[in-house]
Ligand binder design. Structure first.
Ligand code: NAD
Ligand code: TYD
Length: 356
């Protein structure tokens, strides 16, 4: 079996659903159920013996050690993290606790377990660390996309904490020979993404007739990848990746934020037209994010040529599936809109509105 951390979050839950649709190998899912964790994502696995949910923190050494002793996983797929840049600007503490110290604890417990294994069990063990392209910092419009050789230049508390964890993972390979794999992926979108991130936030706000907030001039660029393509890339790296190597994962779908929002508005105009006119009328330019990275772009040549992975979705097909999913699952969105969500959006967007 495999141990997945953060499997009740956006990418982790998509990964588990995907994994169990492709194989019967059981998954132990360790998740602290922060505001971003949601067991509703895994509702379809209720009663399924192949999914074992453990409510707990990756920083809890006794708990994590007990999971290794009990389940003897052949691999760890580590998603658990604080993941939202804007929240990291307000409160970096939780990011360093989970992303750095939590990852350190996980590494320590995994290595202690691996040290005691022998033969084939030792040979095949893998620790796959899921990271982000944001560790590379910001690109100019005319610069080549990030490769695995691009120097780390994290700019936000979030990316600094992820960069720190990547360095720890790297050191565990070089110092101890511990069999790690690291993936650095671009922005994901798709089902079950918490509506604090750009795409689900815009869909939710548009359907609720709320302003669609665009930071700064809206020309910041991200390289968007449909979440199922990311899940498949992780499975590929786990299966075929070389320990100690890192793999960049991206969709070759660079778009600026204004284009993303206009595309979503266009799909909503097509599927749920509103009498008040086009959804794009709700767009509102607001104050920029402090330290806002201008552009991210991934060169995914290595994973394509060495491991044979390529994304299946283009942005156009992926965004259609995504908007359709949110339209078809209003109960999921309602389920995550707690008081804490409302407090966050009031705090974040209350201060950003520009007059006029
Ligand atoms: P998410 O915020 O949706 O989910 C994170 C999950 O981790 C939640 O279920 C949460 O409850 C859990 N968690 C948080 N702290 C924990 C702790 N201390 N112990 C146990 N569980 C804890 O995040 P996501 O978007 O699914 O991202 C997953 C991973 O992928 C992260 O490591 C992130 O850095 C990375 N990543 C995300 C993107 C993206 O676009 N979302 C892109 C590249 C990489
Ligand atoms: P986000 O989804 O937070 O991902 P990240 O910051 O990790 O790339 O944001 C994606 C882009 O959208 C980023 O350039 C910031 C911008 N953005 C807005 O313009 N308005 C918003 O309300 C949000 C949440 C993001």
């Amino acid at each position: 079996m495999i141990l997945v951390t953060g499997g009740a979050g956006f990418i982790g839950s998509n990964f588990i659903l995907d994994w169990l649709s492709a194989s019967d190998e059981p998954v132990v899912n360790l998740d602290a159920l922060t505001y971003a964790g949601n067991l509703q994502n895994l509702e379809s696995l209720k009663g399924d013996q192949r999914h074992i949910f453990v409510h707990g923190n990756i920083g809890d050494a006794d708990l994590v050690a007990s999971l290794f002793a009990r389940y003897r996983p052949r691999a760890v797929v580590h998603f658990a993290a604080e993941s939202h840049v804007d929240r990291s600007i307000f409160g970096p503490d939780a990011f360093f606790k989970t992303n750095v110290m939590g990852t350190l604890n996980l590494l320590e417990c995994a290595k202690a377990f691996w040290d005691q294994t022998r033969g084939e069990e030792k040979e095949r063990f893998r620790f796959l660390h899921v990271s982000t392209d944001e560790v590379y910092g910001s690109l100019r419009f005319d610069e080549a996309p990030f490769t695995e050789e691009t120097p780390y230049r994290p700019n936000s508390p979030y990316s600094a904490s992820k960069a720190s964890s990547d360095h720890a993972v790297r050191a565990w390979f070089h110092t101890y020979g511990f069999p790690v794999l690291t993936t650095n992926c671009s922005n994901n979108y798709g089902p079950y993404q918490f509506p604090e991130k750009l795409i689900p936030l815009v869909i939710h706000n548009a359907l609720s007739r709320l302003p669609l907030p665009i930071y700064g001039d809206g020309l910041n660029i991200r390289d968007w990848l449909y979440v199922k393509d990311h899940c498949e890339a992780i499975r590929t790296v786990l299966q075929k990746g070389t320990p100690g190597e890192t793999y960049n994962i991206g969709g070759r779908n660079e778009r600026n934020n204004l284009t993303i929002v206009q595309t979503i508005c266009g799909l909503l105009d097509e599927w749920v037209p509103h009498e008040a006119g086009p959804y794009a009328n709700l767009i509102e330019f607001v104050k920029d994010r402090p330290g806002h990275d201008r552009r991210y772009a991934i060169d995914a040549t290595k994973i394509r040529t060495q491991l044979g992975w390529e994304p299946k979705e283009s942005f156009e097909t992926g965004i259609r599936k995504t908007v359709r999913w949110y339209l078809d699952h209003p109960e999921w969105v309602q389920g995550v809109l707690t008081g804490a969500y409302r407090e966050w959006t009031a705090k974040q967007y209350g201060s950003l509105r520009v007059a006029g």
